[in-house]
Design a protein around this ligand. Structure first.
Ligand code: 0O2
Length: 202
């Protein structure tokens, strides 16, 4: 496998989508309205991580592009849970890609405690030899969900996917605490936004 050649369109997609999604924030600021987007990140899945997934799921070489949907990964981080659905609605209205699948791990959290909204999109990228359709995953989550997922991801890496039961339980409790934090913050959303607006004007 020539990885540089294989990953080139994915790199391009991540760069293009980062610009497009990041570009939404200043538009809200220009209109003096609350931006549902706090920040955007993107990455191309590391090669060892792709190889591991291929091996674990016994994916045939010719099916890698179709089966591993998060080689190009974008993350949109929001302040409030409501904002996630605002972003989802805005993404559904776009004409520069098509949505292939949506997974709501917020209303239906994962067993680990993981919460996030996932969108798999098909994005047309113009390469020097023509257009290529590339799958990408957009994860949309709150700051609290992101804090939890980042920490859990590190622990998963540390324990090679076998987190001890006691830590797993603590993580599940932490996931609930994070969700409670999101709920409490949502209840005082307007107060927070007013404060941020005053701060922004100073
Ligand atoms: P990495 O290192 O972030 O790239 P399946 O698990 O079979 O339903 P699939 O294809 O894994 O299907 O998709 P899913 O579940 O939507 O997960 C894709 C990505 O979501 C993961 O990529 C993670 O980034 C994130 N994710 C899903 N579940 C969890 C979780 O329990 N904890 C954390 N921290 N992240 C999660 P990768 O390839 O697993 O990892």
């Amino acid at each position: 496998m020539n990885w540089v050649e294989f990953l080139a369109p994915y790199k391009q997609v991540v760069e293009e989508l980062k610009v497009k999604l990041k570009g939404m924030r200043p538009q809200f600021e220009f209109e003096s309205s609350h931006s549902p987007i706090e920040f955007v990140t993107g990455r191309v899945k590391p090669i060892p991580s792709i190889i591991e997934k291929v091996k674990m799921r016994e994916i045939a070489k010719e099916n890698v592009e179709q089966e591993i949907q998060d080689i190009a990964g974008l993350r949109v981080v929001c302040q409030f849970v409501d904002d996630i659905y605002t972003v989802v609605d805005m993404l559904r209205k776009r004409n520069d890609f098509t949505i292939v699948e949506e997974r709501d791990y917020i209303t239906k959290k994962k067993k680990s405690g993981y919460r996030s909204y996932h969108m798999i999109i098909e994005y047309p990228v113009e390469m020097i030899h023509g257009r290529k359709m590339v799958l990408a995953e957009i994860q949309i989550r709150t700051l609290a969900m992101n804090f939890w997922a980042t920490n859990e991801h590190s622990l998963n890496y540390k324990y090679d996917g076998r987190i001890p039961a006691e830590i797993k339980e603590r993580l599940q409790n932490a996931a609930e605490a994070a969700f409670l934090l999101d709920e409490e913050m949502s209840k005082i959303k307007h107060e927070i936004q007013e404060a941020q607006w005053i701060f922004h004007r100073k």
